[in-house]
Ligand binder design. Structure first.
Ligand code: ADP
Length: 256
């Protein structure tokens, strides 16, 4: 636990540093982009082609700083009671189109509602980041399964969270899996094994931050060649948990 809080503090300060740098860079990039637009009207031929390369690079830099700013943002957004199943079923269409035709996306939401107190956009961001990583780990195609259910955390030194009932989001893939070295570092900001034009190393540290802000926990199980499974636990919005036999929460929970 000690190690975890040191790591969390490191991430926090790295995040602030990254946010500050990203903010200043964004302003400078805005100036660069503005001037390239001015010049674009005045040049033709080879100079115009060169200029458009400058513009493309500045655009890519701006999207990178945009991601950095998103990562550094500690604002959890508007927190409301959201049905995790709703987020899953509402995202599968977009996710399916994002990952391409050679990857099969299966959504298996547990029957009934899974209310959690969170920001919908941030939950969608979690799913997008996990599914994009799954896609990148399956260059020759494969299967991504997104599941939801409830799980019980029991007391013990190994328990990641206080005992009780939690909502669980599971995203697994049949991809390359990862080595212990990668597994140990994958939540670190800027840690990536992807080429510089593909990976920023901010996807999972963003997910880690969102889950932590929501009072949850993220765990990973992965072996080289055996695929990867991410499990996210979130406190249910209806906690303290009713007994399993209790009626599912009615539609009124949405009004919070
Ligand atoms: P990025 O995707 O930009 O590299 P992330 O923080 O999302 O940054 O991921 C960090 C690293 O963790 C990836 O570069 C990859 O090595 C590893 N990783 C993440 N998800 C998976 C996965 N589903 N399968 C295999 N490796 C993964």
């Amino acid at each position: 636990a000690m190690e975890q809080s040191v790591r969390a503090a490191q991430m926090e300060s790295l995040g602030q540093l990254a946010g500050g740098v990203a903010h200043d860079f964004n302003n400078l990039l805005a100036i660069i982009l503005n001037y390239t637009d001015f010049i674009a009207d005045e040049v033709t031929g080879e100079a115009a082609r060169d200029l458009s390369r400058i513009r493309d690079a500045a655009d890519r830099a701006r999207s990178l700083t945009g991601q950095l700013l998103l990562f550094a943002k500690r604002d959890p957004g508007r927190v409301e009671v959201v049905d995790l199943n709703d987020v899953v079923t509402g995202s599968t269409d977009l996710l399916g189109r994002t990952i391409g035709a050679n990857i099969h996306l299966v959504a298996r939401p547990r029957a009934g509602a899974i209310p959690v107190a969170a920001n919908r956009g941030r939950l969608e961001q979690i799913m997008l980041n996990l599914v994009i990583n799954a896609r990148d780990a399956m260059p020759d195609g494969g299967v991504v399964v997104i599941e939801t259910d409830f799980t019980e955390v029991t007391d013990g030194p190994e328990a990641p969270l206080p005992p009780g009932r939690y909502a669980r989001l599971t995203v697994s893939d049949t991809g390359t899996g990862m080595s212990a070295e990668v597994r140990d570092r994958l939540f670190e900001p800027f840690f990536t094994t992807k080429p510089a034009d593909r990976g920023t190393g901010l996807g999972l540290s963003t997910v880690y931050g969102i889950v932590g802000d929501a009072g949850g926990h993220i765990g990973v199980e992965s072996e080289p060649g055996a695929g990867t499974t991410f499990r996210i636990l979130l406190p249910p919005a209806d906690s303290p948990a009713p007994p399993a036999s209790a009626a599912p929460p009615g539609p009124s929970y949405g009004r919070g």
